[in-house]
Design a binder for this molecule. Structure first.
Ligand code: BTN
Length: 257
């Protein structure tokens, strides 16, 4: 194994996924795997469970309409799952974050940490972003893992982006992540997911800043509430932040959508 990322290979992804009924498609270049998979689901061309992966994206999408820089050397994948109409995709974000961490741990021995709510960090670098979106009776979990730093590094617009930069089998990683997410939605274990999420939480014990109704606030992070909000202590009282962006130090970190 080398740190040179191998090409995506549908057969090898299938081997690691081990879910014969799942559709798997690997492409070279797409605008966004989330966009392509949502379009195909709406048109009835694909049905869950389905995994779409690409070597690179020309218009990778992040939270809040931001761009997700997606050069060659990353793993960009979207999963189509059954999802109750109207159900908040927040639970899928938590499940996906845990699945990505566990798969990276198994594959590389690294110890990724979660920055509430959907960023995965190794040390001070964001190595993965997650974008969960719900449709009519289905949801898409979009996952971008930076395996290798691009020559010359990530562009400034990628912010705190970094890469695993250790030997990792891209196809096996894709299959392992998908296997965990598909099984986690077919056989839900919300308490188990929450416990695994809390164990890997990056912000617990840190002081964060956020803006509420135009006022800048400071709060100490106590952890994650049972419904996935950020539990903080502020002005001697406890509260749960469910939306808005929080920052630690000078860095913008997360937003609950
Ligand atoms: C974020 O960090 O704001 C979320 C980034 C999510 C990126 C992944 S890459 C695969 C999928 N396709 C997209 O266009 N976005 C998600």
């Amino acid at each position: 194994m080398s740190t040179v990322a191998e090409a995506l290979n549908e057969t090898r992804i299938r081997e690691a996924l081990n879910l014969p009924e799942a559709g798997v498609q690997a492409l070279d270049t797409v605008d966004s795997t989330n966009l392509r998979l949502k379009e195909a689901a709406r048109a009835g061309r694909v049905s869950p469970p389905f995994l779409l992966a690409a070597e690179r994206q020309t218009a990778g999408r992040g939270r809040l309409g931001r761009r997700f820089v997606s050069p060659a050397g990353g793993l960009y994948m979207s999963l189509l799952l059954p999802w109750q109409p109207g159900r908040d995709p927040g639970a899928l974000t938590l499940l996906s974050a845990v699945a990505v961490c566990q798969a990276i741990e198994e594959e590389t021995g690294l110890q990724p940490r979660i920055k509430w709510v959907n960023d995965i960090f190794v040390e001070s670098r964001k190595v993965c972003g997650i974008l969960a979106e719900a449709g009519e009776g289905w949801a898409v979990a979009g996952i971008g893992v930076n395996l290798l730093s691009p020559p010359g590094g990530f562009p400034p617009e990628a912010g705190a982006a970094g890469a695993l930069d250790v030997p990792a089998d891209k196809n096996r990683l894709a299959g392992r992540i998908a296997a965990r997410i598909f099984s986690g939605t077919a056989r839900p274990d919300p308490e188990g997911v929450l416990a695994a999420y809390r164990e890997r939480m990056f912000l617990t014990g840190k002081t964060v800043r956020y803006t509420e109704k135009g006022a800048e606030k400071t709060a100490l992070v106590l952890g994650v509430s049972d419904d996935g909000g950020l539990l903080v202590r502020e002005d001697g009282g406890e509260k749960v932040l469910r939306s808005g962006e929080v920052t630690v130090g000078s860095q913008s970190v997360s937003r609950m959508e």
